[in-house]
Design a protein around this ligand. Structure first.
Ligand SMILES: Cc1ncc(COP(=O)(O)O)c(C=O)c1O
Length: 483
C-alpha cells in the first residue's frame, strides 16, 4: 500500500532557546484542526520528520500525538501513519451537522471504549451494584405509581418535596440553603453544563488534573480553560494559583475540594479560605463539585466552600455515586441571583427532568431508607477501603506512592516515572484487569505518573488479588526500566 503525502505543519516555538515544546505541538495542531485548516483524513508529518525538523526528541513528538489522539483529533493508522481523525460517520455529508462535529472535536471527548465484561474494574468510581437497596427502591416506585395524587406534570426546577429534603440535609452540613435555590438536574453533569452555558465571559479555571468530562464539556461549549496545578502529595501552591488567576481572569473556578477526582486530594481549611478570598478579590464565581461526600463512614466532617463562602459558591452533588448511577439524579444549589438563569438553562435543554424518579427518591428519603442505606453502604466501603490500603502497603514496590483520601470512591496511585502506563495497562488487560488511562485528566503533559484506583466497586478479595497483580507487573516494569 503506498503512503499518501503528508502536510507540512509549522509551529510557533515557546520553549527555551526557541525550541518547539510538546505543548506547542498539542495546542497549535489542535487549533489548526479545530479551525478546519487541517482537514479530516489529511496525513500528518511522521514523528521522525518532526523530530529532525524541530530538533526535539522522538518521545516529545510521540507524547504530543498521543495526547491529540486521546482528544480524538488525530488517529494513527497501521502502516500508513498519523492522520487528522476522520469525521464521525453520519456527520460527513450532512452540512447542518458540521457545527456539532466541530463541537465534538473541540471537546476532545473520546469515543466510548468498552471494557470486556470479564475484566476486574479497578477504574470504576461507582459503588457495587450488589450494595444497592433494590427492593426498597422497587417499593418506593410501586408506592409512587399507586398514589392517586401522582402529578402527571413536572416542574422545570424539579420536585419541590425532594428539593426541600436536599436543602434540609445540606443544612445539617452547615450550609444555609433555601429549597427555592435547589435545582434538580440530570446528574451533576447537567449542573456543570447549565453553569457553563450561563457564563457571559467564557473562561473557566479548573484543577489539573481535572475530572475529565468537565474538561470535555467546557471545551465543547467553546470555553477557554485555565489549568491550576494540583498534586495530591503536596499542599496547593496558592501563590502560583493566584498569579495564574490574576493573569487569566476566569469568570468561574471549578473545583472538587473534597476527595478530588482523580487524585483523592482534599483541600485544607486554609486553602478553602484563600480560594474564597481570591474569588472576592478577583471577582470569579466558584463551582464546588462535592462528588465524594457521604462515602466512607470515617470521612471527617469537611466544611464546604458553600458553607464558608455562602451564596457566591454554586454547589453541586448527585446520587450517582451513593445510590444508583442510572437514576441520573443530581442537583445544584444556586442563589437568588443565579437561580433564574440556571433554571432557564435547564428548561431550554430538557423542559424538565423525570419528576417521576424524583418522586421515587423523595419517597426513599422520606421513609428513612436513604440514611439506612448510607450507613450500610459505608460500613462496607470502610472494609473495602482498608482492604485496598493494606494490599497496597503489603505488595507495592517502595517507589510507588498513593494518596490517602479517607473519603470518596478513589485514590491516586503514583508510579515511578520510568513505568509506561500504556504498557502496564496492556499487560494488565491480558490478565483481565482494567485500569484507567489518565491523559483525559491532564492539560498537556501530565505532571503525575499514575492512575486512579476505585475501591468501592469490587469485593475486598477481588480487589486484593487485582491490586497484587498490578504490584507484580509494576515490579517487573521497574526492574526492566533499571536494567
Ligand atoms: C467529579 C465528578 N463530578 C461530576 C460527575 C458527573 O456525575 P453525575 O452526572 O453522574 O452526577 C462525575 C462523574 O463521574 C465526577 O466524577
Amino acid at each position: 500500500m503506498s503512503r499518501s503525502p503528508f502536510v507540512a505543519v509549522n509551529f510557533q516555538p515557546t520553549g527555551a532557546l526557541g525550541r518547539v515544546t510538546q505543548d506547542d505541538i498539542i495546542r497549535q495542531m489542535a487549533a489548526e484542526i479545530q479551525a478546519g485548516r487541517l482537514r479530516p483524513n489529511m496525513r500528518l508529518p511522521p514523528v521522525r520528520t518532526l523530530e529532525e525538523r524541530f530538533g526535539i526528541s522522538k518521545n516529545t513528538v510521540q507524547a504530543a500525538y498521543d495526547e491529540l489522539a486521546a482528544r480524538g483529533l488525530v488517529e494513527s493508522r497501521a502502516r500508513l501513519g498519523m492522520f487528522v481523525a476522520a469525521v464521525p460517520e453520519g456527520n460527513v455529508s450532512v452540512p447542518m451537522f458540521q457545527a456539532s462535529s466541530a463541537q465534538l472535536r473541540a471537546s476532545g471527548l473520546p469515543s466510548v471504549q468498552a471494557v470486556p465484561s470479564d475484566h476486574v474494574r479497578l477504574d470504576m468510581v461507582f459503588i457495587d451494584w450488589k450494595l444497592l437497596p433494590r427492593e426498597q427502591i422497587a417499593d418506593c416506585m410501586r408506592s409512587v405509581l399507586a398514589n392517586p395524587g401522582l402529578r402527571p406534570l413536572y416542574d422545570g426546577q424539579g420536585h419541590a418535596g425532594l428539593r426541600a429534603k436536599i436543602a434540609a440535609r445540606l443544612s445539617h452540613r452547615g450550609m444555609d440553603v433555601d429549597p427555592d435555590d435547589v435545582i434538580l438536574t440530570g446528574g451533576s453533569q447537567q449542573a456543570l453544563d447549565m453553569v457553563a452555558r450561563s457564563l457571559q465571559h467564557r473562561v473557566i479555571a479548573t484543577e489539573n488534573p481535572v475530572y475529565s468530562h468537565a474538561r470535555y464539556l467546557f471545551a465543547g461549549l467553546g470555553c477557554q480553560l485555565v489549568p491550576l496545578t494540583l498534586n495530591p502529595f503536596q499542599s496547593i501552591d496558592l501563590a502560583e494559583w493566584e498569579e495564574t488567576l490574576r493573569e487569566t481572569r476566569p469568570a468561574l473556578v471549578y473545583v472538587i475540594p473534597h476527595f478530588q477526582n482523580p487524585t483523592g486530594y482534599s483541600y485544607s481549611t486554609s486553602e478553602l479560605e484563600r480560594l474564597l478570598e481570591l474569588s472576592e478579590e478577583l471577582g470569579f464565581a466558584i463551582l464546588e463539585d462535592d462528588w465524594g461526600s457521604d462515602m466512607l463512614s470515617g470521612s471527617e466532617f469537611r466544611p464546604t466552600l458553600r458553607a464558608l463562602g455562602g451564596s457566591n459558591v454554586l454547589y453541586v452533588n448527585s446520587f450517582t455515586k451513593k445510590l444508583l448511577p442510572s437514576l441520573r439524579l443530581g442537583y445544584i444549589v444556586a442563589s437568588k441571583a443565579t437561580r433564574e438563569a440556571l433554571v432557564a438553562a435547564k428548561r431550554l435543554a430538557t423542559l424538565g427532568n423525570p419528576e417521576f424518579l424524583e418522586a421515587v427518591l423523595f419517597e426513599f428519603m422520606d421513609r428513612g431508607y436513604y440514611d439506612s442505606h448510607l450507613a450500610r453502604m459505608n460500613a462496607e466501603l470502610d472494609l473495602r477501603y482498608s482492604a485496598c490500603l493494606s494490599v497496597l502497603r503489603e505488595t507495592m514496590p517502595p517507589e510507588v506512592r498513593f494518596s490517602l483520601p479517607g473519603g470518596g470512591p478513589t485514590l491516586w496511585l503514583e508510579l515511578p516515572s520510568q513505568v509506561n502506563l500504556r504498557q502496564l495497562s496492556e499487560r494488565l488487560s491480558a490478565q483481565r484487569i482494567a485500569i484507567q488511562m489518565t491523559h483525559g485528566h491532564f492539560y498537556g503533559k501530565p505532571h503525575l505518573d499514575g492512575f486512579r484506583v476505585g475501591y468501592a466497586y469490587n469485593e475486598p478479595h477481588v480487589m486484593r488479588e487485582a491490586v497484587a497483580r498490578v504490584a507484580a507487573e509494576l515490579r517487573q516494569l521497574v526492574l526492566q526500566g533499571e536494567g
